[in-house]
Design a protein around this ligand. Structure first.
Ligand SMILES: [Zn+2]
Length: 347
């Protein structure tokens, strides 16, 4: 079949369409650049903070903590938004007027009206809040959620405090965690090729920081394990194996690696679908939708020996399963979430 490429629209519409796509590209580029500038400033301030041994304290606390945290949090927010702008532009906004949403998703429908100026004026549509940016980032990359969630979940409160009011006394390890999160998000941006030149050109400071941070996390983890072992020994604890609750969607029972009692993994159950092409004996192909329920743990808590593992890194250190199949509960899940069966789609 031959397609007819004769333009149906007048030149005016064409012009507005082009302007709109130029503006979209500009917004994508500017977001990327600003995110990177906040990132660089934040990292440089943190570096100074570590090196500045002489005039460290101002009013009883190290200088610049709030400013470092503010810059890093803003860079995280803008990097996430830049990712969203690159992958699914209209999700950068909330409550987009129908006309603009339509122009962006169906550019062919653009009538002679300049949406481009609406996107760039100061009264431009509101971009999403930080938490929404995190949620939408997970929607674009659901498989990366468990890796980031422990780090991104509290960032928006910290950001708001550091930008709008004052931050309560911050501990070095909390600050380090934010630096780690920022570099991790930046690394992800390089991975999806949003930033090109930083992959190899990343200066040694960030590399070294990431290595040292992981090392310090190992030490922290070993101390936790040591404390839990000591408590188990000194109190002569016996493993307690009473069922502590019936499993729920956001927690699951797990044996404590130290005292062997029944303990809790907190996390989230997610419903996943995967397509598989299958052929029957007569060479008819069908798309089969395979469904799974997976439990992604985020933390572990044993009330008997006191072991508390707070994120995916520590769970992995303890060799706890970080992707548990719960598909056997599919029927309950569907009933509760009101999902209808629709297993086979014919092609
Ligand atoms: Zn325990």
């Amino acid at each position: 079949m031959e397609f007819d490429y004769t333009p149906l629209e007048n030149e005016g519409n064409q012009k507005y369409r082009e302007q709109l796509s130029i503006v979209v590209e500009e917004i994508q580029e500017e977001l990327k650049k600003s995110a990177y500038e906040y990132y660089s400033v934040g990292i440089r301030l943190y570096k100074d903070y570590l090196e500045d041994e002489t005039s460290l304290y101002l009013f009883g606390r190290k200088k610049n903590e709030q400013v470092i945290i503010g810059n890093l949090c803003i860079s995280i927010e803008l990097m996430l938004k830049a990712i969203i702008a690159q992958e699914a532009f209209i999700f950068l906004y909330s409550g987009l007027p129908d006309e603009i949403a339509m122009a962006l998703t169906y550019p062919d429908k653009v009538k002679a009206y300049n949406f481009a100026s609406e996107l760039t004026s100061f009264k431009k549509p509101k971009s999403i809040e930080f938490n929404e940016a995190i949620t939408r980032f997970y929607k674009l990359y659901p498989e990366r959620k468990k890796e980031f969630s422990g780090y991104l979940d509290n960032i928006s409160d910290i950001r708001n405090n550091s930008v709008h009011t004052y931050l309560p006394k911050y501990y070095k390890h909390q600050l380090d965690r934010i630096v780690y999160t920022t570099i991790k998000v930046h690394d992800f941006c390089c991975e999806i090729k949003m930033y090109f030149d930083q992959i190899l050109g990343k200066d040694n400071f960030e590399m070294k920081f990431m290595e040292e941070y992981k090392k310090s996390r190992v030490e922290e983890y070993e101390k936790k394990i040591g404390d839990a072992k000591n408590k188990t020994k000194s109190t002569g604890l016996d493993a307690q194996n009473n069922s502590i609750f019936s499993d729920e969607w956001n927690k699951i029972q797990e044996t404590c690696p130290i005292c062997k009692s029944k303990a809790i993994l907190h996390g989230e159950t997610v419903f996943l679908q995967e397509e598989e092409l299958i052929e029957d004996l007569w060479d008819n192909s069908k798309i089969m939708i395979l469904e799974y329920l997976k439990f992604n743990p985020a933390s572990f808590e044993c009330s008997v020996c006191g072991l508390l593992l707070e994120d995916i890194i520590e769970l992995e250190f303890a060799s706890l399963d970080v992707a548990i199949d719960r598909s056997e509960l599919m029927e309950d899940w569907k009933k509760e979430k009101n999902i209808k069966d629709n297993d086979l789609l014919e092609e």
